[in-house]
Design a protein around this ligand. Structure first.
Ligand SMILES: O=c1ccn([C@@H]2O[C@H](COP(=O)(O)OP(=O)(O)O[C@H]3O[C@H](CO)[C@@H](O)[C@H](O)[C@H]3O)[C@@H](O)[C@H]2O)c(=O)[nH]1
Ligand SMILES: [Mn+2]
Length: 810
């Protein structure tokens, strides 16, 4: 059942992170695009586009009839389309899927019963260990499978909301975090901010905050540049309804259907804006050297100084290029700068085309939303709590400046991919209100307005002295001393995955979450393509998950407000790495077989094999069903399987080891920031893929690869020594299938550690073939005669094959 479990969990892993995503409080990951054809009677142009965009999936999803749920009647008595629709997987797919799950459950139980009845006498310890592993495999599979029994998604009709509640959309505070202009390339962050500033949401109802944990002047001045460039970019987006509104991604796109109102002007406007964007990028790129040069000039005038200077000729309060006291990483003052103040409530139209303004904005609202730069104070001796600490500072500062009832969070490398995305969660909230209080449009409107009234503070026109003092206090490290921040208030501290735990706390308190999907995908982000970087990232995630299990945020300890299936999902989320310890040892099992041929995991072998094949086949068929509605391709799924095997041979067992050490020694895990690139300016966007950084984390997987290549070699040797048609011969070949399977799963890893050579996979195949041939030859020359002599040909070969079959099957 080892093999079963491996694949059980491969499917599990794919979904684990997805579960995580669905449970996140921040909207950044809470959305996966999988459009469905809304069968609403009425379709506005936007709705139509949305539906067409996601077309072709209605062979999987059917709308749930919600008449009585959402009361499709407006206050005026006229029938209205619902604000969003709920879809479930249609019966002809769902029923066989559930039936298979039941069947597999029965098969597993039968398998356990059979194994218990056929206890191994020799090698009892091996048998016992593998039983423990199998029980855990089965249990974790159930944890993973249960929450997926009834897939549901909700698709908001954004146009319906625009029609009914556009006047009373509530306030939203948008938080962006960044740390380092190099590790997290500043170009990403700049695009994140621009995509937010250009979002299709009432400009006077949202504000954008950037938290810069590096406290660098480069980031601050980049935001000054962004505020300037936004005056062109945002009205351009509005005028031509472009998507997506992150310029880098927009300009990288091929042609698309025009959605704006003045197609005739697109060409020239596009050309103009593109040129401006290129110049803007050059300025962003050279910020670092511009600031250095400026600082050199000022420092020359002030003998003995080595400061970093702002454009206005004053010292930058944050970190300096040349670290100095109070101006270095981890030790500098707090900074809050409002770069764009809150706009007026009335639209302000732009200027007609002229010599200075080549782009005609005469019919376009040119207001921009509020933009604030924050760098919290840093002092030695404080645990700054990474992103969670930054988020909590933003919560406080925004409470003073805009105090919106809703927040959305982006990492510095995420962006808004669909400009209407901010409306979707609001829409679902509106629906929620309608379900509770009835669906009179104007009444729901006042309720949403009510939510907005929580904005008790009128936006500040100017930041006077007293506000500046308050802001300084709110960004100070000492502010949270002796308070509940990080425990019962705000983002949760002392955990590597603050997002998951914060979401968990909210669910625990009775907050409900909804899985909404829009087409095109609402938000997008980047993932590291460098192998080492990616492994460290999933090490942080899996380590954080285990920490969660061994903290008071354990799902078993949550109160009754947590939905039972949510509890199961969180249990799965916080225990998923454990199973890989068993997978790891199963993968190493061929070692036994190389040393000696005396080991069995289970007898009688034929039946054991039959059970294995059955449960493995079933898990894959179940996975195929999930692929159907997950909106991923078969290739995506295969890649997921591969990456899961890579993670479970090195990273996840390491996370378990770390956790065990932490429990014993009380020392936590140091988790580092995911570096987004190593080759900052090398033009080749795949350069990172071919950079190997040797770290101990790579070793376990390499060992497993070597062991399995050797096992293949021995199997080939056996087949050659005894002839492939003899019983020992074909058993050896059969056993090899499992080793090859492991190697296929680890193939991307092998390419990854080859670095530049990875561009030529043929090299890998040749090297593998040579290694296999060498081991086979060695076996024929030394191994076969020795073993034949030692234990008698027939007996030994039967067992050897058994070991090779069970060994790698994890
Ligand atoms: O001291 C710090 C460290 C990190 N960050 C920010 O936190 C975000 C996430 O950090 P990153 O290293 O990029 O982690 P990822 O694994 O890519 O991020 C995922 O996983 C994290 C931990 O679960 C979540 O916080 C993120 O939202 C989620 O996107 C980035 O915007 C960072 O700028 C800070 O603001 N301050
Ligand atoms: Mn990230």
């Amino acid at each position: 059942m080892a093999a079963t479990a491996a694949s059980t969990m491969s499917a599990a892993a794919a979904v684990t992170r997805r579960i995580n995503a669905a449970l996140r409080v921040d909207a950044t990951s809470g959305d996966v695009a999988a459009g469905a054809d809304g069968q609403n009677g009425r379709r506005s142009p936007v709705a139509k586009r949305v539906n067409d965009g996601g077309g072709g999936k209605d062979d999987v999803w059917v709308a749930v009839d919600e008449k009585d749920v959402c009361g499709a009647r407006g206050g005026d008595g006229a029938a209205r389309p619902p604000l969003f629709r709920t879809y479930k997987v249609k019966g002809s797919i769902l029923h066989p899927y559930r039936f298979l799950i039941l069947l597999r459950l029965i098969a597993i139980v039968a398998f356990f019963a059979w194994r218990v009845r056929h206890k191994n006498r020799d090698g009892a310890w091996l048998w016992t260990m593998s039983m423990v592993g199998d029980v855990w495999f089965g249990f974790s599979w159930v944890l993973n499978q249960l929450p997926k029994l009834s897939p549901i998604k909700r698709v908001p009709d954004l146009a319906a909301l625009a029609d009914r509640h556009s006047g009373d959309l509530p306030g939203v505070d948008v938080f962006v975090t960044t740390v380092d202009p190099v590790d997290e390339p500043i170009l990403y962050t700049v695009n994140t901010i621009l995509s937010i500033l250009a979002a299709d949401y009432p400009v006077d109802r949202y504000a954008c905050y950037l938290s810069d944990d590096g406290g660098t002047l480069v980031h601050y001045e980049a935001m000054v540049e962004v505020a300037k460039f936004a005056e062109l970019w945002v009205p351009f987006c509005r005028k031509h309804c472009v998507e997506p509104r992150s310029p880098e991604n927009y300009f990288a796109m091929k042609t698309q259907a025009y959605k704006g109102g003045v197609p005739g002007e697109l060409m020239s406007d596009h050309r103009r804006v593109r040129r401006e964007y290129e110049e803007f990028k050059v300025r962003i790129d050279s910020l670092s050297s511009t600031i250095r040069q400026r600082s050199d000039v000022y420092n020359a005038k002030h003998a003995g100084e080595n400061a970093t200077w702002m454009a206005d000729g004053t010292h930058w309060p944050g970190t300096w290029f040349e670290p100095a006291d109070n101006h270095q990483r981890g030790k500098h003052a707090g900074i809050v700068q409002v770069l764009l103040n809150h706009p007026s409530c009335k639209p302000r139209l732009g200027l007609a085309a002229s010599a200075e303004n080549p782009v005609d904005f005469s019919g376009v609202d040119v207001r921009l939303p509020m933009l604030v730069y924050i760098s919290r104070e840093k002092r030695p001796g404080y645990n700054h709590q990474k992103k969670a600490g930054a988020m909590n500072v933003m919560l406080r500062v925004s409470a003073l400046l805009s105090n919106a009832p809703f927040v959305i969070n982006f990492d510095g490398d995420h962006y808004v991919n669909y400009s209407q995305a901010f409306r979707a969660p609001i829409q679902i909230k509106a629906m929620d209100i309608a379900n509770k209080f009835g669906s009179s449009t104007s009444f729901v409107g006042t309720m949403l307005d009510g939510a907005n009234q929580e904005r008790s503070i009128t936006p500040l026109a100017v930041l006077d002295e007293s506000v500046a003092g308050d802001l300084a206090a709110l960004t100070a490290c000492a502010y949270e001393d002796g308070t509940s921040w990080g425990r019962d208030v705000g983002w949760v501290y002392n955990i590597a995955t603050e997002d998951v735990v914060t979401g968990f706390r909210m669910h625990q308190q009775g907050w409900r979450s909804v899985y909404a999907s829009v087409e095109p995908a609402a938000f997008r982000g980047t993932a590291p393509i460098n192998l080492t970087e990616r492994l460290y990232q999933i090490l942080r995630w899996s380590g954080g998950s285990l920490e969660m299990f061994f903290s008071h945020s354990n799902a078993l300890l949550a109160g009754r407000r947590l939905h039972p299936l949510q509890r199961v999902a969180y249990l799965n989320m916080s225990t998923y790495p454990i199973v890989t310890v068993f997978i790891f040892f199963y993968n190493l099992f061929p070692v036994m077989w190389l040393i000696s041929e005396q080991y069995y995991i289970q007898r009688p072998f034929g039946e054991y094999l039959l059970y294995l094949v059955a449960v493995i086949a079933m898990i894959h068929v179940i996975g195929m069903f999930e692929v159907k509605w997950a909106g991923i391709t078969l290739l995506d799924w295969c890649r997921n399987e591969q990456f899961y095997m890579i993670g479970s041979t090195g990273v996840y067992p390491t996370a378990v080891l770390y956790m065990a050490l932490k429990l014993v020694t009380g020392k936590g895990i140091y988790f580092r920031l995911t570096s987004k690139q190593t080759t900052a300016s090398s033009g080749d966007k795949f350069a990172d893929l071919y950079t190997v950084r040797w770290v101990p984390l790579l070793i376990p997987t390499i060992v497993i690869m070597v062991v399995n290549v050797a096992a293949v070699g021995v199997a080939v040797g056996k087949a050659a020594a005894w002839g492939p048609l003899t019983e020992p011969g074909w058993l050896a070949v059969l056993g090899m299938v499992f080793n090859v399977w492991i190697l296929v799963l680890l193939y991307p890893f092998a390419l990854g550690v080859m670095g530049q050579w990875g561009k030529r996979p043929a090299v890998l195949f040749v090297a593998m073939a040579m290694a296999v041939a060498a081991v086979a030859a060695m076996y024929v020359a030394f191994g076969a005669p020795y073993q034949a002599e030692l234990s008698g040909v027939a007996a030994s070969l039967g067992k050897a094959a058994a070991a090779s079959l069970t060994g790698p099957s994890g």
